[in-house]
Design a protein around this ligand. Structure first.
Ligand code: G4P
Length: 539
């Protein structure tokens, strides 16, 4: 292929791609929506497949067995499917007990998100936190208000709630007629058209009947005595709410809102059609020197997640890499930038609708899995020879903490090695207080402590005791003047620790304690995320 036709092919592949995640509180319907998206993309034939895989599939390792035993949902990390000429990469954000820092970090590897809200509950805690992370990146968000086939809060109240709680403007795109037993369907505000809800079509694709305009006789006849009330409500909605604005959506300020019932496969197609039309294709990504455009011909990408123990005999780990520019070809040589080492990548994996296969090629927005024998870390960049390192794949301050002590003191070296290695995988972090010999593990989801306990024992032979800790949160400390950091270090010694990469952190015991320290040392930065170190002489 000539250079220009290669470029055109790359442009075409980029324009086709959409890489996104679903954010929601547990039980709002993320898995059900995922399933219906795969059904619409013909990646599965019958709803129920994803759920079956969630529970039935894995017995590949002890660790997986542990997950299965506890009935924890294990969805596949990446699902690629096609829909109406688009290639869609859906990245899973672990949600229930498997909620972890990976959930947050996955949001750094997508270009947009779909927020699913339970119509009976409105905005819930987890959604708030996840949306905060999206908002910090000005990420475009589409919203689905789900479970309209059940009794729901009044939709106007729901939109108000979303706007107030999340600080994002709502632009209703479809509007429900009733909910629960009286759910009749929805109205498309822009198209002036109705879709009628019929029960019992949840597990397959179903063409729900359409009705014409609000003013049509057909609609008056169909809605009957519900008509007047609905028309009044609509007038109110039109008067009081924001309209769709592409620019405001792309800037992350306004979210188009759809309604539906994922369980009944009603309304998810409206959302998906809009999603492929307006969601951004792969976007540029910042490195420590400049922004990389996806259209650049040289390959580049970053690792945002490491999944361990797919095969315990080989201690196999898969590093999930988001392609940022150029094209991956099987067998190509890639530079592992942090190590300054070139490696041949012959067996990267791709994740078509959740099945792992070896990939021949991949484009910006795609996720490929690299086999990792312990050298790859979260945040690592791979390029076609250039030394740029991507930014914005941080560690997040953990929300839960445990003190860990090894039962047999002769094994303390193993413990240290284990907790450090596990923290490189990114689901937990380790902190070593400067003034003591303690080891503290931090996590975002409580299950991660069980995982650490299990793996430290199984893989490192370190049986440990885990104790509650009085740490409220951590902050990474930075300053323009290194002298100030030294002063802080000597004055606040008892409250400081080093993380797994020997970066200085404050261990705050309460919100008040944190605030007080921030006020006292106002020229220092107390960051709740940490960028990964480039750790290489080249920088
Ligand atoms: P999650 O991944 O966000 O945690 O939610 P998930 O899709 O697993 O859905 C949580 C529960 O809500 C499931 O019920 C699911 O069937 C139900 N659900 C999801 N979408 C809808 C909807 O549109 N309408 C109604 N009525 N229910 C919905 P479950 O009883 O916990 O699980 P299951 O027994 O159905 O598998």
């Amino acid at each position: 292929m000539s250079d220009s036709s290669t470029e055109m092919a790359l442009d075409r592949e980029i324009a086709m791609r959409r890489t996104f995640a679903i954010i929601s509180h547990p039980d709002a319907g993320k898995t059900t929506v995922t399933e219906k998206l795969l059904l619409l993309g013909n990646a599965i034939q019958l709803a129920g497949d994803v759920r079956a895989k969630k529970t039935g599939r894995q017995a590949r390792s002890d660790w997986m067995a542990m997950e299965a035993e506890r009935g924890i949902s294990i969805t596949t990390s990446v699902m690629q499917f096609q829909y109406n000429g688009h290639v869609i990469n859906l990245l899973d954000t672990p949600g229930h007990e498997d909620f972890s820092e990976d959930t947050y970090r996955t949001l750094t590897a997508v270009d947009s998100a779909i927020m699913v809200i339970d119509a009976a509950k409105g905005v819930e805690a987890r959604t708030r936190k996840l949306l905060e992370i999206c908002r910090a990146r000005d990420m475009p968000i589409l919203t689905l208000i789900n479970k309209l086939d059940r009794e729901a809060l009044p939709p106007i109240e729901l939109l108000d709630h979303i706007e107030q709680e999340l600080g994002i403007e709502c632009a209703p795109m479809t509007w429900p007629i009733g909910s629960g037993r009286s759910f009749r369907g929805c109205y498309h505000l822009k198209e002036d058209q109705f879709t009628e809800y019929e029960q019992g079509h949840g597990s397959t694709l179903h063409a729900y009947p359409c009705h014409g305009a609000l003013e049509s006789d057909d609609v008056r006849a169909w809605l009957g005595s519900d008509y007047d009330e609905f028309a009044d409500e609509l007038e109110l909605v039109r008067g009081a709410s924001h309209t769709f604005d592409l620019e405001a959506y792309l800037a992350g300020r306004r979210t188009p809102v759809y309604v539906g019932s994922a369980l009944q496969n009603f309304g998810v197609d409206h959302l998906l059609n809009q999603f492929i039309a307006i969601a951004p294709p792969p976007q540029e990504r910042e490195t420590h020197t400049h922004a990389i455009e996806p259209t650049e011909s040289d390959f580049s990408g970053f690792v945002f997640k490491i999944q361990a123990n797919m095969n315990p005999r080989h201690r196999d780990r898969i590093a999930f890499l988001r392609v940022c520019s150029g094209r991956y070809r099987k067998g190509m040589r890639l530079r592992h930038v942090r190590l300054g080492r070139d490696v041949k990548v012959a067996n990267a994996l791709t994740f078509m609708a959740g099945e792992r296969t070896q990939t021949e090629e991949a484009y910006p927005g795609d996720i490929i899995g690299l086999h990792n024998h312990g050298t790859i870390r979260i945040g690592d960049s791979f390029t076609e020879g250039e030394n740029h390192a991507f930014r914005g794949i941080p560690n997040f301050a953990p929300e839960l903490f445990r003190r860990v002590r090894v039962k047999d003191p002769t094994k303390s070296k193993r413990l240290l090695q284990g907790v450090r290695q596990l923290s490189e995988e990114g689901a937990t972090q380790v902190f070593m207080p400067i003034a003591s010999n303690e080891i503290i593990i931090g996590a975002i989801g409580a299950l991660q402590f069980d995982v650490v306990a299990f793996r430290l024992q199984e893989e490192y032979g370190a049986e440990c005791v885990y104790e509650q800790s009085d740490i409220f949160t951590v902050r990474w400390i930075y300053a323009d003047d290194p002298q100030r950091v030294s002063e802080f270090r000597s004055r606040a010694n008892a409250q400081l620790a080093l993380d797994g990469d020997d970066q200085l952190v404050l261990l705050a015991t309460s919100r008040a304690n944190l605030q007080l320290t921030e006020e006292r040392w106002e020229d220092l930065t107390f960051a709740d995320t940490r960028e990964h170190a480039l750790v290489d002489s080249q920088f």
